[in-house]
Design a protein around this ligand. Sequence first.
Ligand SMILES: NC(=O)c1ccc[n+]([C@@H]2O[C@H](COP(=O)([O-])OP(=O)(O)OC[C@H]3O[C@@H](n4cnc5c(N)ncnc54)[C@H](O)[C@@H]3O)[C@@H](O)[C@H]2O)c1
Length: 250
Amino acid sequence: MILEGKTAVITGGGSGMGRATALLFAKEGADVVISGRTGEKLTDVANEVKDQTGKEIMIAQGDVSVRADAKRLAEETINKFNKIDILINNAGIFRSNEFNDTETDEWNEVMNTNLNGVFYVTKEILPYMLENKGGSIINISSILGMVAVPNTAAYNTSKGGVVLFTKSLAVEYAGRNIRANCICPGLVATPMTKDFMAQKEVMAEIIKDYPMGRFGKAEDIAYPCLFFAADWSSWITGAVLPVDGGYTAK
Ligand SMILES: NC(=O)c1ccc[n+]([C@@H]2O[C@H](COP(=O)([O-])OP(=O)(O)OC[C@H]3O[C@@H](n4cnc5c(N)ncnc54)[C@H](O)[C@@H]3O)[C@@H](O)[C@H]2O)c1
């Protein structure tokens, strides 16, 4: 088991990619902590992990856009496991609106979760990684952090920020054995995209932009997370990996 003895914190662990990553990491022997705002969803994932792997995972309920919650997440994890080896900044929200109709509240809501949330959680966890003389930080951006589409200016900007934040961390902490890498998923079937993907005609158009002819599954993202978390990628930092069936290769 490649993650035996490692402690991994996954934000937004109550559904979608976070859930799939929690399951995979537990199967690979990690001590897993999932955080999110909704206790019920976190409990469901913890029960699923227990059923499938026999492992107990830790739940830390909280909002990544609240600095005090991020601090509590780090402290509760340290109290239980004494160290943090892996952080997956996965929690995120999607909002779509023409820029002309995007008001300050919506802009701030997206930034507070997708960008400030990554800042807060990393701020609280990095000191423990420095103390432990190593760590792997994996940020979930998006293909929309690499290329833009209309009506998603706030989301595009937040995810573009995550890409450069990752590179900043990578160059700043490379000498202290802390790696930071970024995954940019294409369209993946999760609760976030359920309603959007139910629009058959819209999807028939969008699939034409995907050379591999299919959309993603949450597991398609969990495996690259495992790659960046494990020592397999020990000489990789600052990477921005599209996981998108070829969308950004065109
Ligand atoms: N699904 C896609 O097509 C897609 C594509 C590219 C990038 N992404 C990104 O992948 C990540 C995971 O998304 P997903 O598709 O699994 O969606 P999801 O909605 O299933 O999962 C996101 C999780 O984050 C949680 N969350 C949201 N705001 C939070 C907050 N303030 N504090 C704590 N938790 C919060 C949600 O409750 C949810 O459980 C997100 O960052 C998303 O932007 C998704």
